[in-house]
Design a binder for this molecule. Structure first.
Ligand code: ATP
Ligand code: MG
Ligand code: FE
Length: 336
């Protein structure tokens, strides 16, 4: 079964064709990063307008790369939430128009379930159940994937998402947007023990996260140094901050897996590109005897192939949408 999928929840305009939820035939991604960079973050209205102008061409690209016509596609998958409402509606309108005009099934996909499903593309043998650390621009979740349709959130951030913290700290250090890749790079040149930033574990028996206290600690450090007229080494700040985030993410994930007796863990979302997170999670999972999977970076950040993978599992489990499918900015995981 070949599903054409569309992802426009934020600032990537992406169209993919995925076969049977596992095989990428094409995954075209147009990133608007250059456009939003000068504003220091994504401007929703500008994102929507760019989706409108670019999406038709990207659909054409995906079809021409695979030498397919729309008539040869079996179904249309589309992200319907969570995300920016204007941005979501662009992809959704296109998906509905294609599904209606060709009389093909329309399948709504939860963006975060899509991030998790990126693992199915990278690892064709991987099957639930497994525990996933989802860390992205807007989410930090520990999700137990019981089967292809049952997602249980065991922990979540009570304030900022991990990616949001990376983006904010990058901005104050002058590294710009998006912050994650910039901090990752700068941290390689810095000393991760240089500044003792707090590790926020909250109640140790809980799997929730909090990053706003760490963010304030970094800002206080920077302001304090400025007031004392002392020099700041941005690479040291980046390295120390990154270590404070990663240590908590890794410890909570491993503790949670042990607690629920789950020996398979995955990572998903843009922050799972982070090189220190990949390295430390690999080491700690090995020590604990857990298997670990995470996709290539291009499948961790926003892309339509992950939406096509999840759309397939929705479809074969009877979860098909109709033309009343709407964009839902705050769509909860496990709901449609
Ligand atoms: P969500 O999926 O929660 O709706 P989003 O779609 O904006 O949010 P993603 O595309 O999954 O998020 O990921 C983007 C985030 O990943 C950004 O916050 C970015 O800074 C972060 N990121 C990307 N690469 C890295 C990296 N190497 N290290 C840390 N963070 C990274
Ligand atoms: Mg993006
Ligand atoms: Fe995302």
């Amino acid at each position: 079964m070949k599903i054409l999928s569309i992802e426009t929840s934020c600032d990537e305009t992406s169209v993919a064709i995925v076969e049977d939820g596992r095989k990428i035939l094409t995954n075209r991604i147009y990133s608007q990063i250059d456009i939003h960079q000068k504003y220091g973050g994504v401007v929703p209205e500008i994102a929507s307008r760019n989706h409108v102008t670019k999406l038709p061409y990207i659909i054409d690209d995906a079809l021409s790369e695979t030498h397919m016509t729309l008539a040869e596609v079996d179904a249309i998958g589309v992200t319907n939430g969570p995300g920016l409402i204007g941005a979501l509606l662009v992809g959704l309108s296109a998906a509905k128009a294609i599904a209606y005009s060709l009389d093909k099934p329309l399948i709504g996909v939860h963006h975060i379930e899509g991030h998790i499903a990126a693992n199915f593309l990278q690892f064709p043998e991987l099957e639930p159940p497994f525990l996933t650390l989802v860390v992205s621009g807007g989410h930090s979740h520990l999700v137990l994937v019981e089967d292809y349709q049952t997602f249980k959130v065991l922990g979540r951030t009570i304030d900022d998402a991990a990616g949001e913290a990376f983006d904010k700290i990058s901005r104050v250090l002058g590294f710009g947007y998006p912050g994650g890749p910039a901090i990752d790079k700068a941290a390689k040149l810095g000393n991760l023990d240089a500044i003792a930033f707090p590790r926020v574990f909250l109640d140790k028996s809980e799997y929730n996260f909090s990053f706003s206290g760490l963010k304030s600690a970094v800002l206080n450090y920077i302001n304090g140094m400025k007031m004392k007229n002392e020099p700041i080494n941005p690479n040291d700040v980046a390295a120390s901050f990154q270590m404070a985030v990663v240590e908590v993410l890794v410890k909570k994930t491993i503790d949670c897996a042990k607690h629920i007796r789950m020996d398979k863990i995955c990572m998903a979302g843009g922050v799972s590109c982070n090189s220190l997170l990949r390295q430390m999670m690999t080491e700690e999972a090995a020590k604990a005897g857990l298997s670990l999977h995470y996709p290539d970076p291009i499948l961790c950040t926003d892309n339509a192939a992950m939406i096509g993978a999840m759309a397939y599992y929705n479809y074969i489990n009877g979860v098909v949408s109709d033309l009343s499918l709407n964009g839902i900015p705050g769509l909860k995981i496990g709901t449609r």
